[in-house]
Design a protein around this ligand. Sequence first.
Ligand SMILES: Nc1ncnc2c1ncn2[C@@H]1O[C@H](COP(=O)(O)OP(=O)(O)O)[C@@H](O)[C@H]1O
Ligand SMILES: C=C(OP(=O)(O)O)C(=O)O
Ligand SMILES: [K+]
Ligand SMILES: [Mg+2]
Length: 567
Amino acid sequence: MASACRSVLSKPTSIPPRRNPPLLASKKNQNQCVRFQTVRCAMQLDLKEVATVKEEPKLSFSGRLDAVSEVDLREKGFLGLRKTKLVCTVGPACAQPEELEVLACCGMNVVRLNMCHNTREWHREVIRNVKSLNEEKGFNVALMIDTEGSQIHVIDHGGSSSVKAEDGSAWLFTTEKYEGFRPLVVQVNYDGFSEGIVVGDELVVEGGMASFKVTGKIGKDLRCTCIDPGLLLPRAKLSVWRDGKLLDSNPGLPTLSTKDWADIDFGISEGVDFIAVSFVKDANDIRQLKSYLASKSSESIRVLAKIEGLESLQNIEDIIEASDGIMVARGDLGVQVPLEQIPTIQEEVTRLCRQLNKPVIVASQLLESMIEYPIPTRAEVADLSEAVRQYTDALMLSGESAVGSYAEKALSVLCMASCRMELWSREENRQSLLSQDQLAVSLPERIAEQICNCAVDIANNLGVDAIFVYTKHGQMASLLSRNRPDAPIFAFTDSRSTRKGLNLHWGVIPLEVPLSDDMEYNVVETINLMKVGGALKSGDSVLVVSDISPTSAMSAMSQSVLVRTID
Ligand SMILES: Nc1ncnc2c1ncn2[C@@H]1O[C@H](COP(=O)(O)OP(=O)(O)O)[C@@H](O)[C@H]1O
Ligand SMILES: C=C(OP(=O)(O)O)C(=O)O
Ligand SMILES: [K+]
Ligand SMILES: [Mg+2]
């Protein structure tokens, strides 16, 4: 297991000293007896004034740091904690309990199960293995299912792993079901795929692996000539173009198919934490699923919208607002938009998500070459580092972990490269300033937002070691994360689903603890908890953001920020 965290890229480096020591950096000069330094923000009151429960609270804190953060904190200190979250697609190459454990140990925050592949029984086994790992070994790995969606693709042709399409060769694209391999015939998964396609249209495989011109229609089948030679891979995606423009090749199909709804029911019954919706077209797709989850009393499952088509780009702001997070699904995006547009789309979607306070995952082909090779290309490292520089919340592995030979090494590359870029960003102070648009119109939420903006300023200027936040639904933790502070954010929540949901947020280490209405009690107990666990030491400084049930403007005023030096 020790090897799980070894770097493929470079030896782990110690954090170099800051150039401009922050105010609290020199702990020798701090008065260790100073217990509270309350920094009031706007309309804030002192914590002690807002305690609503007068009797002695009798809660005992059992919450622990997850096993990985505990080790990282011990070995690397607060600033050494990785902020960028890591998602791994689990497939046959990493589904055994011991393989999952290696990935969890190596920093996997979220398991993604792509419902396109394999059986529900197979996925159920993985879900149960991950839950056992969490319960028995102290990990905090969240679970995501990813819907198949209505996608047109080539069926595994049963031959060698790829088939060459030569220039000028004649092919038949058919929906006929047959077993085995037939030369120059391509089986397509969707019966209605040729509806709307006319002679002269172009079929493009995997965004350009090979292209074909339609020369004739025979019933539901298409006769085609290869006009751009290349490779046909099993399950390769197809897109249809006319006069240089992409056609919506399956206009009548809903975003969520009958199979997707069955997979969603499966996810609900297995208690997953996230559902990622493929090929989202507009915000209604997300709203529909969210109201379905609410009707099943499963609103705690967070809904992620995958941005992988032209329509999703046209409705991007509405989709971000309606969803609980976004995945920039560069695989299918590359089928629908020219590849050279993907970097700017990624940067823009990532920026918008942060602006609108939703977590974002950058996905697909991050370390594609590592499916086969034990080291990445320089270009791959540069690409994923750029995503970290853009302050994405999370990075995702697909085939690299699902079917690759070097899942553990690929995850180590993500770890090392993201830590390195986070350090560089901190040191160079390259934080791109967000224009702080108001997120919400209601007064309590606006107050919460402003407090978090100011709190992060304070935390950065003072150079505190950690930020503590107490949160029911994760909103305050998310608002802090949005500002991408230097110090890690420890989010204490009494909700298991909030803890799992926060796994996707940049720089947030979520812990599950019982919370009292008495914030002073919560602060004392959690500091004790972290001291006992060895996470906090004498002289460490913590910025505390509290938030007691902001259901009215009045109670919102009870939110406050304070800085405490640990004695
Ligand atoms: N649960 C699974 N069972 C079998 N193979 C899987 C599974 N999940 C992923 N894979 C394999 O890993 C590859 C990469 O995964 P992913 O990127 O999620 O899928 P896709 O290639 O369909 O977009 C897939 O093409 C598939 O071959
Ligand atoms: C993540 C993606 O979706 P999937 O792997 O389900 O095609 C993608 O297209 O990039
Ligand atoms: K999918
Ligand atoms: Mg996709």
